[in-house]
Ligand binder design. Structure first.
Ligand code: PLP
Length: 397
């Protein structure tokens, strides 16, 4: 049994708890399995509340927007660990970064336009920077092989040092064959650049898209999978850094939500929870037919009859179902659920503005203490037309 009941009593629901002991153990596990040779890069987008706690354990942070930079900067993440990435690098932000933060580790190049932008701004401020060229996997991200070659051949700007390549093709990659294919592709492309252009590729930042298995009947031998990933990476024989979000962050997160209503009709029993798909994102959940890892916290002593329930959230959409046909001891209002493995993306990808419901609290559990790091936030204020604001901002008095 998880020991988060005290947090449930103290803070209520809906809430996320991020357990820093679990997080640190997870990073240690990944580092051990993948080998000390591979530095870990934490992709901040997975969870913006936890970066600081792993600062000594990861070599870099992948920052993909001005907002992510603001967060990491406010958390006093060392600039020498920051890789400024992302498909849209706006002029104002990059201008500010190059002018004011000469200690930023690297920037990625996702387009010819971005290359020109960084070229111009380094000239403007006479500030040297380091680059990784993001090779596309055929979607809107990155640049083509020809564009990589064009930049390498024509880069006359001594302020721009091209360190190597970045490559990320997608998340939740279960297939070792796919990882192998990507690594083979990178090896061949790197060889081509080194031999034909006589240009050294000193490093590759690779996103393996390591999968997380969220559902109880998923079968996955993670130890074996990671051993195989490591063996495949070893064939590259290069300095490789691994950009990882989901697999680092998922297991440290717990989502607390309580039963606020119970009802029955001809189609079954329905539980209404005070949070749902606006706060919980399980990748690949097919119509709530799969059962995630969870625990029920009940105040009732009696072991009564069992009932098959549909667990629903509080949104006005029939899609807001967390689990269908789950057989449990009879539930009561105020019983609570703790859903596990919600540390990655739920907090950043949930459709949190729908129905103008409050954002969950965020609680950090660290050194056996809880800290409320974000209170519930009322989203109705964000969905409110400023021009017709009333004196009380629409608040119910
Ligand atoms: C460029 C890049 N690197 C790394 C990641 C992290 O992927 P994952 O969470 O699958 O580890 C992402 C996720 O979108 C990404 O876009």
């Amino acid at each position: 049994m998880l020991n988060y009941e005290d947090a449930l009593r103290q803070y209520g629901t809906p809430s996320y708890i991020y357990d820093i002991d679990v997080l640190k153990e997870r990073v240690k596990y990944l580092q051990n399995k993948l080998g000390q040779k591979y530095d870990l890069v934490y992709a901040v987008k997975a969870n913006t509340f936890i970066p600081k706690y792993i600062e000594d354990m990861v070599s870099r942070y992948e920052i993909c927007s001005p907002g992510e930079f603001q967060i990491c900067n406010a958390l006093k993440i060392n600039h020498q660990k920051m890789v400024i990435s992302g498909v849209y690098k706006d002029y104002a932000t990059i201008d500010l970064l190059i002018k004011n933060y000469s200690d930023i580790l690297k920037y990625t190049i996702e387009s010819m336009e971005q290359y020109r932008l960084l070229n111009d701004l380094t000239q403007k401020y006479q500030r040297p920077i380091h680059l990784l060229l993001r090779l596309t996997s055929g979607n809107q991200f990155g640049i083509t092989e020809d564009e990589v070659i064009e930049i390498i051949q024509n880069n006359q700007n001594s302020l721009l040092t091209i360190d190597g390549l970045e490559y990320f093709s997608g998340t939740q990659k279960h297939s070792l064959k796919r990882v192998e294919k990507e690594i083979n592709y990178l090896r061949e492309f790197v060889q081509k650049i080194e031999e034909e252009l006589n240009f050294p590729i000193n490093e590759i930042e690779y996103g393996p898209g390591l999968p997380v298995f969220y559902f109880q009947d998923d079968e996955f031998n993670e130890d074996e999978f990671l051993d195989n990933v490591k063996n495949i990476l070893d064939t590259l024989d290069k300095k490789v850094t691994l950009e990882i979000g989901r697999s680092i962050a998922a297991s440290c997160g717990f989502y607390l939500t309580k039963v606020v209503d119970l009802k029955e009709n001809k189609n079954g029993h329905f539980v209404i929870l005070d949070g749902g798909i606006n706060h919980l994102v399980y990748y690949g959940q097919t119509m709530a037919m799969k059962i995630p890892y969870y625990e029920v916290i009940t105040n009732s002593e009696e072991k009564s009859e069992t009932i098959t329930y549909n667990l629903c959230g509080s949104l006005c959409t029939i899609n807001d179902i967390l689990v269908k046909n789950l057989t449990l001891n009879k539930l009561n209002i105020d019983d609570a659920f703790i859903f596990k493995n919600v540390g990655a993306y739920s907090v950043t990808e949930g459709i949190s503005l729908f129905l103008s419901r409050d954002l969950p609290k965020v609680i950090i559990k660290n050194n056996n203490e809880y800290q409320l790091v974000r209170d519930n936030i009322a989203t109705y204020k964000l969905n409110f037309p400023k021009a017709v604001r009333s004196d009380n901002d629409g608040k119910i008095n």
